[in-house]
Ligand binder design. Sequence first.
Ligand SMILES: *Cc1c(COP(=O)(O)O)cnc(C)c1O
Length: 224
Amino acid sequence: MIKENIASINKRIAVSLARAGRDPACVMLVAVTKARPAEQIRQVIEAGITDIGENRLQEALVKYGKLEGVKWHMVGHLQANKVKEAVKIFDLIHSVDSLRLASAIDKHAYAINKTQDILVQVNTSGEPSKSGIKPDEAVEVIQGISRLRNINLKGLMTIAPVADNPEEVRPYFRELKGLLDKLNRQAVTRQPLHALSMGMTDDFEAAIEEGSTIIRLGRAIFEG
Ligand SMILES: *Cc1c(COP(=O)(O)O)cnc(C)c1O
């Protein structure tokens, strides 16, 4: 089932990219494996997915020792007291939501001689239950983050609200893309930002049409 699901997802990705007139290979699929056993994750890896996302450090640490040859993505909220361990295992932290958290990551990355790739999470919908900086704080926060030497800021991430129809959340994806373009136009960072982590099981096609470069899928891979 997992193999078939991934084949069908890959087709849907290709169709969305074509519809948007985008390059065929410009979207990375991260398999979000929270609460899924290592055996199922092995099937994902066998199907050719090498990017694995977790939303809790503790769970990621357990799986980290069991699975080799994959890249690890932190997609959940990261607490300050977990940063030291997180920096040891994650290739990309999607959920940086303050300058303070970025500074802690920078400090621990420096200590192990690493440059940590990160994304800044933006709360595009303004829902109080969601983490992320406010869009109007982005320039200031990102200016601060781009001064940190052991941080490599690659782009932005957002989580859309739950909706019955993906068209309802398309504006949030468009807003994140607009924000990335604005940061690049204003040259807020040393290097232009390219990564946009947006799109989950219910809305990834709309996200791709709006410029997503990283989609994070759980249910589409493991269920159905
Ligand atoms: C769980 C989770 C996902 C995957 O969600 P699905 O709807 O199962 O595709 C993506 N991003 C984050 C941050 C998550 O916590």
